[in-house]
Ligand binder design. Structure first.
Ligand SMILES: Nc1nc2c(ncn2[C@@H]2O[C@H](COP(=O)(O)OP(=O)(O)OP(=O)(O)O)[C@@H](O)[C@H]2O)c(=O)[nH]1
Ligand SMILES: [Mg+2]
Length: 286
């Protein structure tokens, strides 16, 4: 059951539109976010915190604060996403079959979800400190047709996947299933859910696949800039219950992101740095 306080909600995400950001924009770096007012900074760095304040006191807010690194941790993670001559961030290769998949030893994370959910846009936002990395996004569903591999120095690999559902490539299952099942260095799968649409039937199939293959996965709610706050709160509670009751390998806390405004991008960078073994957090997590 939904338990939301009746007090007036803070700014809706729509009212933050002047903050709309492009990649390569100043906001790509946490340094600039730190110059913003406390409320705007919190909203960009820890989008869950501002939101769950509006839940009834009967809801345990700690459940949404399981991964809550310090500002220092976020800064540390950002260095990993900052390219240099010794730490090159770049597109590596693409594959449609397992025998085309590059042999890479470093830990890998992949992004899956329905077509048009915002996978490529999210990867673009994560790589906004390396704007020369070419991550293609499109309004048309079914744009990404292959598994696209991006290397982040020698630290880890990030994989953009074709979407499932409407306009999915015909060979989607043959391409993605063996990858998820056989990829030895895959340490985390990020399963993206559109904030406006919520969990769809096709997402449940993807969840079943992760569970069946015993893959640790994380739910990421996308496009929060265009999702009303009440709908987002309802979705959060639904996801919390879904994770608790119907999954065993899913991280208990969903992540919220907007690849347009950059909300949640810094936190996700930190989570990726942590789960790939590249960042020991200074702060103890719950
Ligand atoms: N408002 C808003 N739009 C977004 C966001 N993320 C993505 N979009 C838009 O959603 C559309 C699809 O984005 P993509 O990143 O290409 O989606 P995808 O999941 O990679 O899609 P496929 O490659 O077709 O599977 C584009 O028009 C993006 O601009 C977001 O955070 N906010
Ligand atoms: Mg794509």
């Amino acid at each position: 059951m939904l338990r939301i306080k009746t007090q007036p909600l803070l700014l809706t995400h729509r009212s933050c539109w002047p903050l709309v950001l492009q990649r390569g924009n100043r906001q790509a770096s946490i340094k600039h976010v730190c110059l913003l007012s406390e409320k705007r900074r919190q909203g960009l760095l820890y989008p869950l915190s501002g939101l769950v304040e509006h839940l009834s006191s009967q809801v345990n807010q700690a459940e949404f604060n399981i991964f809550h690194p310090s500002l220092e941790d976020l800064h540390q993670a950002e260095t990993l996403f900052t390219p240099s001559s010794k730490h090159v961030i770049d597109y590596s290769s693409s594959a449609v079959r397992m025998d085309h998949v590059p042999i890479l030893k470093q830990p890998e994370v992949c992004f899956m979800g329905r077509s048009n959910v915002g996978k490529s846009s999210l990867i673009r936002a994560l790589f906004s400190l390396a704007p020369e990395v070419d991550v293609r996004v499109s309004k048309t569903p079914g744009h990404t047709k292959k598994l696209n591999f991006f290397t982040v120095g020698k630290a880890f690999t990030l994989v953009d996947m074709p979407g499932y559902g409407h306009m999915a490539p015909r060979d989607f299952v043959e391409m993605v299933e063996p990858y998820l099942q056989e990829r030895q260095n895959l340490v985390r799968t990020f399963l993206l859910v559109d904030g406006g649409a919520g969990l769809q039937k096709a997402d449940l199939v993807a969840v079943e696949m992760c569970e069946e293959f015993n893959l640790p996965f994380v739910l990421v709610v996308t496009k929060i800039d265009r999702t009303r706050q009440g709908a987002l709160l309802a979705l959060l509670l639904q996801l919390r219950d879904f994770i608790k009751n119907q999954t065993s390998t899913c991280f208990p806390q969903p992540f919220l992101v907007s690849s347009v405004q950059f909300s949640g991008i810094y936190l996700l960078r930190c989570f990726i740095a942590h789960v790939t073994g590249n960042l020991q957090l200074a702060t103890k997590q719950l």
